[in-house]
Design a binder for this molecule. Structure first.
Ligand SMILES: [Zn+2]
Length: 309
């Protein structure tokens, strides 16, 4: 066992985050201004002197319920899974993954259950006492006090939703297919329908995931994005033709696509925080399915709706 004595909190340095190119109208028009950085908090537990490991996770200050995005730092896994691999479906040692999960829960206070297992669509599941089970879906929402939820990712875009009025929370797992189909918008609409949430009051955080700097795609995938967002303001900025693959191929901006979906659903730009941290660029902090050619660990995104006080 390890004792948690205190924690250190810092803001992720702005120069280490991806900045939209100057010619990008999409980000600035959606209110994500690279010159006025939105904060992404890095918490480290416990203090380095107090234990043989340092566990880092990320939180968003405007999401005022317990939540965290894990990083790979602070875990016991080795080899390609080096660090805090949370993924039970990888070929990593089960004992190591269980030790990592216990560390994350001890540090963040967040149970890692129930797990949402992605089906690559726009299935939003209302979670209400699922216990430790597995939920099939692409997003989960709850208004049940004491309910936790989690997803695991390694490039896919984790999105957290918080409605302070109901109160209620949501978690979406936006892979490229879910992003094309606007899972972020579907999650907001489900919270509206099920909980009466007002999109204008929702606080949203977009966690570490593969960025526009790294997500090269083939023409078929690019065409799906072009088609799906052709009618959207700034939709033409999602597919970038100047991919870094030696002049070949193009890149897709999953972050902008999800921001547009949130914007279309009525979420206000000032209530969205985009981490702008790319899983593929930062192998010191994140696992990346794409970069590591599928043999890699998983990060957790977890949230807990507290009991009413
Ligand atoms: Zn990148």
């Amino acid at each position: 066992m390890y004792e948690l004595v205190s924690r250190q909190v810092q803001t992720w340095p702005e120069e280490e985050r991806w900045t939209p190119p100057e010619h990008s109208l999409g980000y600035s028009s959606l209110g994500v201004n690279p010159l006025s950085p939105q904060r992404v908090r890095v918490e480290m537990r416990p203090e380095p002197e107090a234990a043989p490991f340092r566990l880092y996770y990320l939180t968003f200050p405007h999401i005022e319920v317990p939540h965290a995005f894990s990083t790979r730092r602070g875990g016991v896994s080795v080899g390609p899974y080096r660090g805090l691999n949370i993924g039970l479906t990888t070929d990593d040692s089960l004992a190591a993954v269980e030790a990592n999960r216990a560390r994350f829960t001890a540090a963040s206070g967040l149970p890692l259950t129930p797990v949402l297992a992605m089906v690559h669509g726009v299935e939003v599941v209302r979670v209400d006492g699922h216990g430790d089970g597995l939920i099939l879906g692409d997003a989960c929402i709850t208004d049940k006090p004491g309910q936790s939820m989690m997803i695991t990712t390694a490039d896919c875009v984790p999105i957290i939703f918080y409605d302070p009025q109901r109160p209620a929370v949501g978690l979406a797992h936006a892979g490229w297919r879910g992003t094309v189909e606007r899972i972020a918008k579907a999650t907001v609409e489900a919270m509206q329908r099920q909980f009466g949430s007002d999109p204008a009051q929702l606080r949203v955080g977009v966690g570490p995931s593969i960025g526009p700097c790294s997500f090269e795609v083939g023409e078929d995938v690019a065409a799906k994005f072009t088609f799906a967002f052709s009618g959207s303001l700034w939709g033409q900025e999602i597919v970038l033709q100047d991919g870094k693959g030696q002049g070949r191929g193009c890149t897709v901006d999953l972050w902008l696509a999800n921001l547009i979906a949130l914007y279309e659903a009525g979420v206000k730009a000032e209530n969205i925080c985009l981490s702008r941290l790319c899983s593929a660029c930062r192998d010191d902090y994140f696992y990346s399915y794409r970069r590591d050619r599928q043999v890699t660990g998983r990060m957790a995104a977890a949230v807990l709706l507290p009991q009413k006080s």
